[in-house]
Design a protein around this ligand. Structure first.
Ligand SMILES: Nc1ncnc2c1ncn2[C@@H]1O[C@H](COP(=O)(O)OP(=O)(O)OP(=O)(O)O)[C@@H](O)[C@H]1O
Length: 703
């Protein structure tokens, strides 16, 4: 069950067709079927022998060397004394085994001589014992030193790289962050792990070389014995099957296994309400058993464990035979040259061979990680140099020479590039699987200071227009142009442009900070100005919520939880369990209250007095009708004179103020004009409007 094979362990009808690689992709890898898993391994790894794969590995290491050198320099500069102490302690850790071998074999020999001659040399014995004690004391102290120094250095390295990675992540724009090639695995933990891993590997190499030199020069051991003792660890290296160090992709498309996973995940607390209300507990259990029966005995342990399963015990047996070679060596020697051997020398040889075996195995283990450490360091450094897809411009906004007054809004135009044959604005999200563009052939002009309402069905492209104006995304060169105050949007400095915009959408999130900061960050320079924050909270309709909460504006809704309990199942730990529950308790607020907090942030932004464009994208889905009405009214009043774009499905009370209504359908603006124009046209807009109006008329009739 579950042993690697090139043949599928499942019949085809049990599999989903989740993954269809192109022919090119398929030529690049081989698929192993391991239980429920399909493991895709690059062909060069499957067909390559140990020499070629080792060569490739060292080539990669060689190429990454300059980056790794820079990494070590950075770590060293963090705290040179601590790094040197850490390295010295590690070095001692490796020398420890050679010194211990020397001291203990000397002690054994003195005892042996004393026993065979019947006259123990008390002073030599005492000296050897003292040396032994000094040696173990030094070892213990160095071990303590390593345990003491290591976390301090780890903390400093992790903090340094956490800071670096935070900056690297925060500077990414939306399309770059969404690009799977940029989805960096880098973490500060990798930094420490790689630093320690590389130190270990090179120290271990140093330790092993010292052992080899020492052992090969001993009278009873010598070069031949040293070689024999190395056979077993070398064989282990050659025959070992580990997947985790190989580049691979693993996935399961076994329908029964996926079904089991889905049903298992329904035990999560977030589904509890729905499960109780629907009374489907029995159904879930039955389905679970059905899926389990259908899965049968196909292995579903993780793919690494399945890969490591050997099809025969041959490797293990050969390994054990190789491990017996040193024993055969001294047994044969004892037979052929009994005068040269004693029980002590046999015991010492035994010590040598197990010490070499251990050192070489750990060296292989450490060196197998060297490639990964180099790659991790490379990934870490690459995370900081990912190029954003949205390129910043250098024109200040508002332009110093502009005739547009600060109090007026932004002039916006979406159109084709004038001097080139290009379409009007057409935009598809980067990397999207859908064949349909999100915006098609849009051509529109929004004069500065207008109030625009965009309406249309779900997915018709309303929010996408806002995202283009915020420069979350750019249209491609042949996809038309977005002009702000008559100039292509790409030419402006992004920070300037965004300072002139306030955007309120339903996608905004509350940060894991205090509510005051959540509001105040609309105007970061004034985040601590209580007066301004409270004014924004009043405008956003969040002030009642702040009054209601025990900690008021200092409440944190999504605090980072660090509390965890362990072994608290027993009744007698009820008190501790209670403490944990209290620590884990969060402040819950309603969806509408969250929307009010986010809206307050937008009002805070208005206090910068730099806003020229207000974009409001359906921010009121969870608000009660009065809350929604008041929010739109306040936004409209606050944005008076600026360009305002409202995207909303409940547009009833805004239409009378709208200078332009854009009605969208399937990525196109199908109608535009005033409410009166569009109602007269009796088209898409009129039909959407009438559906809303009808609901009220009918309810009035019922009442
Ligand atoms: N981040 C994204 N990545 C890929 N496709 C997206 C993304 N956001 C939106 N889309 C797609 O673009 C199209 C237009 O979406 P958009 O959000 O602009 O519609 P909308 O009119 O605002 O819809 P709704 O009324 O539901 O909010 C949809 O087909 C949607 O699936």
């Amino acid at each position: 069950m579950g042993a690697p094979s090139e043949k599928p362990l499942l019949s085809e009808n049990e599999k989903n067709d989740t993954w269809k690689g192109s022919e090119n992709e398929k030529d690049a890898y081989t698929t192993l079927n391991l239980g429920v898993w399909s493991v895709l391994l690059p062909n060069e790894i499957v067909s390559g022998n140990i020499v070629s794969s080792t060569k490739q590995k060292w080539n990669a290491i060689f190429l990454a060397y300059p980056v790794v050198q820079g990494f070590f320099r950075q770590v060293y500069d963090l705290n040179p004394h601590l790094v040197l102490l850490f390295v010295a302690l590690k070095l001692w850790g490796e020398m420890e085994s050679v010194v211990s071998l020397y001291v203990s074999s000397r002690l054994l020999r003195i005892i042996e001589v004393g026993m065979t001659e019947g006259r123990p040399d008390a002073s030599a014995l005492l000296q050897a014992l003292v040396a032994h004690l000094i040696c173990v004391t030094l070892n213990a102290t160095a071990r303590w030193g390593r345990a003491y120094v290591s976390p301090i250095l780890e903390n400093s390295v992790s903090m340094h790289f956490d800071d670096y990675l935070l900056r690297a992540k925060l500077r990414l724009d939306m399309p770059t962050a969404a690009d799977s090639n940029n989805r960096s695995q880098a973490s500060a933990y990798y930094a420490w792990n790689s630093f320690e891993g590389l130190c270990d590997a090179f120290m271990r190499l140093f330790g092993l070389i010292s052992q080899l030199i020492y052992i090969s020069q001993q009278r009873n051991a010598g070069f031949l014995f040293t070689l024999i003792a190395l056979v077993r660890p070398v064989m282990t290296l050659v025959s070992e099957k580990t997947l985790w160090l190989k580049p691979h992709v693993a996935y399961s498309d076994n329908k029964s296994y996926l079904r089991l996973q889905s049903l298992e995940s329904m035990g999560q607390s977030r589904f509890r309400g729905d499960i109780i209300a629907s009374g489907i507990v029995g159904w879930i259990t039955e389905e679970y058993h059905r899926a389990r029966d259908a899965l049968g005995s196909v292995g579903c342990q993780n793919s690494w464990a399945l890969y490591a399963i050997e099809s025969s015990p041959l490797n293990q047996v050969l390994g054990e035979w190789a491990g017996a070679l040193p024993t055969m060596y001294w047994a044969l020697n004892a037979l052929l040259a009994p005068a040269r051997f004693s029980m002590t020398s046999i015991a010492i040889l035994q010590q040598y061979s197990s010490s070499l075996n251990y050192s070489l195995q750990t060296l292989f283990w450490d060196f197998s990680r060297v490639g990964k450490c180099f790659t991790d360091i490379k990934i870490l450094f690459e995370a900081g140099s990912i190029k954003n897809q949205i390129v910043d411009g250098d024109l200040p906004y508002p332009r110093p020479d502009a005739e547009f007054e600060v109090s007026r809004g932004m002039d916006i135009e979406l159109r084709q590039v004038s001097h080139r044959i290009s379409s009007n604005v057409t935009f598809a999200y980067p990397g999207e699987k859908s064949k349909e563009a999100a915006l098609k052939e849009i051509s529109l002009r929004i004069p500065a200071g207008s109030l625009v309402v965009i309406v249309g069905a779900n997915g018709s492209g309303k929010s996408t227009i806002i995202k283009l104006l915020n420069r979350m995304y750019d249209v491609s060169d042949d996809g038309g142009q977005v002009l702000i105050d008559g100039i292509p949007i790409q030419q402006y400095r992004m920070a300037d442009l965004r300072q002139a915009q306030a955007t309120l959408t339903q996608e905004h999130k509350l940060f894991p900070l205090t509510l005051a900061e959540n509001i105040g960050l609309g105007y970061p320079e004034k985040v601590r100005d209580v007066e301004m924050v409270m004014q924004a909270a009043r405008d956003g309709g969040a002030v009642e919520l702040l009054d209601k909460l025990k900690d008021g504006a200092e409440t944190m809704l999504e605090p980072i939880t660090t509390a965890f309990g362990y072994q608290l199942d027993d009744e007698k730990h009820k008190t501790l369990k209670g403490v944990l529950t209290k620590l884990e308790k969060k402040t819950e607020v309603s969806g509408g209250e969250k929307q009010r907090l986010v809206a307050s942030r937008t009002f805070m932004r208005f206090q910068t007095k730099k806003i020229k464009l207000l974009c409001v994208d359906e921010p009121s889905s969870a608000l009660d009708p009065r809350g929604e009405f008041e929010l739109f009214e306040r936004l409209r009043e606050t944005g008076e004179g600026k360009t305002m774009i409202f995207v909303t499905h409940r547009f009833g009370h805004l239409t009378k103020y709208a200078d332009i209504i854009l009605c969208m359908k399937e990525g196109k603006v199908v109608e535009s004009g005033t409410h009166k124009d569009l109602m007269a046209r009796d088209g898409e807009y009129a039909s959407l409007y009438n559906v809303q109006a009808q609901a009220f008329t009918e309810s009035e009739v019922i009442v």
